[in-house]
Ligand binder design. Structure first.
Ligand SMILES: Nc1ncnc2c1ncn2[C@@H]1O[C@H](COP(=O)(O)OP(=O)(O)OP(=O)(O)O)[C@@H](O)[C@H]1O
Ligand SMILES: [Mg+2]
Length: 286
């Protein structure tokens, strides 16, 4: 498998006084879900916006699917990259279905096909079909964020950039949105680059977490690596007790320590082993 996104020695400043990103090296494989984690102002949004060319970098190389960013036509690039942000940014005067399928309209897809795609996508993000005809002001915060995710998926992009897309909702809704994103990723297998400052969210979503501090990558690893094998004093101070407790979330543990049965086993053998491991079996076997 090749790389979906490669940052090589990328640096970026907005002003001569402040270096915002400094020597970023990061290679993301096709189909990976990678979380960029870090404090406010560390450069996460800036890094993300380099990928879809909302911003330009100063030095280094950036490749998308092996091709240099500068060799892409900007339309072609944006079409293959979905983008979801915290403020969602839905168009207030357009109905939900029009919002979701807006990119398709730009591509000249006819209205009937756009309605159909919007209908599939609300299903995928677990929204009711009747919401398709509503305006954004008639939705709850969590519903708006689901619409934002659906919109990012509309053109079937191979890469999705998500910048704190689940920021403005309560904890329970947030957990549901995270679980759902993992399911969508499992089903569709796009490459996802997800930005958050929330340790819990990072651990729940990412099998690979990239911790950024002051515009530099300080560690790139699993939640367990960050907590038990910090490579920089900042990692420990940033995670603190919260990092340790976030590790004991059921979803995090299941991702870190999947139950693997080895050897030649028949169904009886599998069940016996699962029993020994105290697995909860929630299936009916024929
Ligand atoms: N347009 C701009 N002009 C000048 N400086 C900027 C601009 N945009 C961002 N910055 C600065 O660049 C740094 C990184 O900003 P960025 O938005 O990437 O941070 P972030 O990690 O996404 O933070 P947050 O978690 O608060 O969203 C900050 O110091 C910010 O003040
Ligand atoms: Mg940001």
């Amino acid at each position: 498998m090749g790389y979906a996104i490669e940052f090589e020695h990328i640096s970026k400043s907005y002003t001569p006084e402040e270096v915002v990103l400094s020597d970023i090296n990061l290679a993301i494989e096709e189909g990976e879900l990678v979380v960029l984690l870090g404090q406010s102002g560390c450069g996460k949004t800036t890094l993300l916006k380099l990928v879809n060319k909302l911003l330009d970098f100063d030095t280094g190389y950036l490749r998308i699917h092996g091709k240099k960013l500068s060799d892409y036509n900007i339309e072609e690039l944006r079409r293959s990259i979905g983008y979801a942000i915290q403020q969602v940014g839905l168009f207030p005067h357009m109905r939900v279905w029009e919002n979701i399928s807006y990119v398709l309209k730009l591509q000249g897809v006819d209205a009937e096909q756009r309605r159909e795609r919007a209908s599939q996508l609300v299903e995928l993000v677990d929204l009711k079909q009747e919401l398709l005809m509503r305006y954004p002001r008639q939705l709850s915060g969590g519903q708006k964020q689901r619409v934002g995710v659906a919109r990012a998926l509309a053109a079937n992009p191979s890469i999705i950039l998500m910048d704190e897309p689940f920021g403005a909702v309560d904890e329970q809704t947030r957990t549901q949105l995270q679980d759902q994103l993992k399911n969508i990723h499992r089903k569709l297998g796009q490459t996802i680059l997800f930005v958050t400052h929330d340790i819990h969210e990072a651990f729940r979503l990412g099998t690979r977490i990239v911790l950024i501090h002051d515009g530099r990558i300080v560690q790139d690893g699993t939640a367990e690596d960050l907590v038990f094998r910090p490579q920089h004093p900042f990692v420990r101070s940033f995670l603190g007790k919260k990092g340790f407790s976030a590790l004991f979330d059921e979803a995090v543990l299941a991702a870190l320590y999947p139950l693997v049965l080895q050897g030649e086993l028949d169904m009886q053998g599998c069940l016996a082993l699962l029993g020994q491991k105290r697995a909860r079996i929630e299936t009916t076997l024929a």
